[in-house]
Design a protein around this ligand. Structure first.
Ligand code: NAD
Length: 332
């Protein structure tokens, strides 16, 4: 039987199939073709004959790609993520291609990873694990600080940031935040302050705002200089919120107790690839990794069972809405 709605699913991994296929039972008209290619201007040609494409954080959904998709007859781009900074929304609008995303799937998943990174860099868990495996039972270079009583500064208090605030409260921290819009639901335990005050008084700074023109390189050498010494910096939002070169300069100034990054500027070619046998062409990430107080994970904040299921359900509903021309809160 030919299904009436065809979706080409780019950069598919086995876990995508595992989470999307079971949900198709509720969408009998949708047929998914999974391919490993990342969506870019060249691979967009493969979308001829499909109604929609599904892409992820490191896809190139710029003007050129959208023009090829338009030529191919594609009506919708379904982002299976929250962020859409890699989509040229103006070009999509001009070409009449609907763009939908999954604004919220499991804010807890990302916030829990952010807290995990904060704890791991504070207590150097990544070093401790390897030391004990090598029969090195010394405590050298493992000393951390208590979280209780310290100040957590959360930048961006939407869905993920608000949950990060809750977790920090749970650890007995004083919680302050900076956002362009204040979140009323957390005001009983969070104090909103200016960005400068947050930078200069926080012991833990965690970034939970989107990447926009306003937030590009929000963390740069000037903002780093305003931070307290021995601060912990966590980024699970988007790599370009931090200027990597400035971060390296800040690390060399001994500003940071620890830096935990689930996202970083050069991640695009790396994310979800096994490059263990490659000679890496860039040096900036390697330089970051050379510091003892830096831990990097590869954009795994969203990667929990609950989050994957929610992403699949919302993306398939977005497909139905896009095909029926129904607007929703998931429109970009
Ligand atoms: P959200 O839209 O609910 O919240 C974002 C918050 O940032 C809002 O409160 C908004 O007012 C605030 N904000 C916007 N501009 C700001 C600025 N200039 N300064 C300070 N605050 C600003 O988004 P969310 O669901 O909480 O997601 C936050 C970010 O997390 C996303 O933009 C995405 O980039 C990232 N994310 C990462 C992963 C991962 O796997 N690591 C997964 C999902 C989302």
């Amino acid at each position: 039987m030919v299904k009436s709605m065809r979706l080409l699913f780019y950069s598919a991994k086995s876990y995508d199939m595992k989470s999307f296929d079971p949900e198709l039972k509720d969408y009998p008209d949708v047929e998914i073709e999974y391919i490993e290619h990342e969506l870019d201007p060249k691979s967009a040609l493969l979308a001829k004959g499909y109604d929609a494409v599904c892409a992820f954080v490191s896809a190139d959904v710029g003007e050129q790609t959208l023009e090829v998709l338009h030529e191919a007859g594609v009506k919708a781009v379904l982002m299976r993520c929250a962020g859409f900074n890699n989509v040229d929304t103006e070009a999509a609008k001009r070409l009449g291609i609907a763009v939908k995303r999954v604004p919220s799937y499991s804010p807890e998943a990302v916030a829990e990873l952010a807290m995990g990174l904060a704890l791991a860099v504070n207590r150097r868990l990544y070093k401790a694990y390897n030391k004990v495996r090598e029969n090195d039972f010394s405590l050298k270079n493992l000393r951390g600080v208590n979280m209780r009583g310290k100040t957590a500064g959360i930048i961006g208090t939407g869905r993920i940031g608000a949950y990060m605030c809750e977790q920090c409260r749970g650890f007995g921290m004083k919680v302050i935040a900076y956002d362009v819009y204040e979140n009323e639901s957390i005001k009983d335990f969070v104090t909103y302050v200016s960005l400068d005050e947050l930078l200069s008084t926080s012991d833990l700074i965690s970034l939970h705002c989107p990447l926009t023109d306003d937030t590009y390189h929000l963390i740069n050498i000037d903002t780093i200089k305003k931070m307290k010494d021995d601060v912990i910096l966590i980024n699970t939002s988007r790599g370009a919120l931090i200027s990597t070169n400035d971060l390296i300069e800040g690390i060399r100034m001994n500003k940071f107790l620890g830096v935990g990054l689930d996202v970083y500027e050069e991640e695009t070619g790396n994310v979800y690839e096994d490059r263990s046998d490659d000679i890496m062409p860039h040096s900036v990430t390697s330089r970051l990794l050379s510091f003892p107080n830096v831990m990097i994970t590869s954009h795994q904040g969203f990667y929990t069972r609950e989050a994957l299921q929610a992403i699949a359900q919302t993306t398939l509903q977005n497909m139905m809405d896009a095909m029926e021309g129904t607007a929703s809160g998931n429109d970009v």
